[in-house]
Ligand binder design. Structure first.
Ligand SMILES: Nc1ncnc2c1ncn2[C@@H]1O[C@H](COP(=O)(O)OP(=O)(O)OP(=O)(O)O)[C@@H](O)[C@H]1O
Ligand SMILES: [Mg+2]
Length: 225
């Protein structure tokens, strides 16, 4: 049985100053629908590199990423773009909203990247309500706090009803209370059946997920409680 998302012996080798090193070293992971998986690790341990390969944004130098049984890095560029847009909600590390668009338009953009029928606007409003910022729909990113921008990026990641939400340090630089609110939101999303995969270097986010892994110098292993 294949999981929703599977990493098999996944590797990324980088070169720097004439030396090669594995930023990700033979990582194995299986994500099922409804899972809420957290990966914790120090800065530079390879977390973003791992997520970017899992989301189809970065080519591995070894191993494979299977999504619903398909090896996604064997798709061509156009196929992989469509696939990502359709199946994966991605919240990048840091600020990622487009500054010249309102919050509302930012949330709608992934819908219109590929031709779709249906009520994008209605859906965007429901999502903005869900993440608690519908009152900011007409605002621009520069008018938002860090936590509000993060919520907008989460709403944007959900607009196409992905099978999995992948978030890179979604609570980095947020206060304890806002962090807890965002974690509860992820938990609710996972309970609705969308898998959630996050990386973080904060231990206080671990209570919310159902599985935790540690990333240490490129090595991924189940977290010993
Ligand atoms: N394009 C690249 N070329 C060479 N080395 C890279 C490249 N991108 C990342 N690295 C290195 O790979 C390692 C892992 O980087 P990565 O961004 O995955 O870490 P991270 O765990 O996400 O860190 P942080 O918590 O600070 O975001 C780091 O040592 C980084 O310097
Ligand atoms: Mg990172």
């Amino acid at each position: 049985m294949m999981g929703l998302l599977e990493f098999k012996e996944l590797c990324k080798e980088y070169r720097r100053g004439g030396r090669a090193f594995n930023a990700v070293n033979r990582a194995n992971l299986s994500v099922e629908p409804g899972d809420f998986i957290s990966i914790i690790g120090r800065s530079g341990s390879g977390k973003t590199t791992l997520l970017n390969m899992g989301a189809g944004l970065l080519k591995p130098t070894g191993g494979s990423v299977f999504f619903e049984g398909h090896d996604i890095h064997r798709l061509n560029d156009e196929e992989i773009s469509f696939f990502r847009n359709e199946k994966i909600g991605y919240v990048p590390q840091g600020q990622s909203l487009l500054s010249n668009f309102t919050v509302f338009d930012n949330v709608c953009i992934p819908w219109f990247l590929f031709k779709r029928e249906g009520d994008a606007e209605g859906r965007a409003f429901i999502l903005l309500e869900k993440v608690g910022i519908s009152h900011l729909a007409a605002s621009y990113p520069r008018e938002l706090s860090g936590g509000e921008m993060r919520r907008a990026a989460i709403a944007r990641a959900l607009i196409n009803s992905p099978r999995i939400l992948i978030a890179d340090e979604p609570t980095g630089d947020l206060d304890v209370q806002t962090t807890a609110e965002i974690m509860r939101l992820f938990k609710a999303i996972a309970e609705e059946g969308t898998a959630v995969l996050i990386v973080t270097h904060e231990l206080d986010t671990l209570d919310y997920g159902n599985k935790t892994y540690t990333m240490d110098a490129g090595n991924l292993s189940p977290h010993a409680a």
